[in-house]
Design a protein around this ligand. Structure first.
Ligand code: DHK
Length: 161
């Protein structure tokens, strides 16, 4: 069974393709999901690709990922800049996290320059459009392979007594 990576997308990313295409591009979220699944096949990772406009739902999915998924890729949309709950959930997951953004946050408004969730991330890719998701999955495949070799993030042994 291939290891599974949770790819999370936050608010308004369901509107990709029609939403400010000069910033976010013309690809839809379904196009990006297909790119990620292709990359997953090549890298030997199962891709669990999801989107929600709800912070609570995203937190719930991150909590469920603990001990089940090999890692989390996250584009939290605007919650990147506001959500301590997402940061706490990502830290609690104890999983390798990579943060992705389609646009280059640092060429945009100042309020987009700060990310709460970066503190939980091994790395951050922004400004490379949908290609950023593929690059992040390539990095995740390496991280997951290295963690398996060192036993890091291995599921804790179940107590028998
Ligand atoms: C997506 C959003 O929805 C914005 O709120 C972020 C991010 C940037 C992106 O570039 O993918 O500020």
């Amino acid at each position: 069974m291939p290891q599974s990576v949770l790819v999370l997308n936050g608010p308004n990313l369901n509107l990709l393709g029609i939403r400010e295409p000069e910033i976010y591009g013309r690809e839809t979220l379904a196009d990006i999901a297909a790119l990620c699944k292709d990359a997953g096949k090549r890298l030997g990772l199962a891709i669990d690709f999801r989107q929600s406009n709800s912070e609570a739902e995203l937190v719930g999915w991150i909590q469920e990922a603990r001990g089940k998924k090999a890692g989390i890729l996250i584009n939290a949309g605007a919650l990147t800049h506001t959500s301590i709950s997402l940061l706490d959930a990502l830290l609690a997951s104890e999983l390798p996290v990579i943060e992705v953004h389609l646009s280059n946050l640092f060429r945009r408004e100042e309020f987009r320059h700060h990310s709460y969730i970066s503190r939980a991330a091994r790395g951050l890719i922004c400004g490379l459009g949908s290609q950023g998701y593929v690059l992040a999955l390539e990095a995740m495949a390496r991280i997951v392979g290295d963690d398996a070799a060192t036993g890091k993030n291995a599921p804790k042994a179940k107590r028998t007594k």
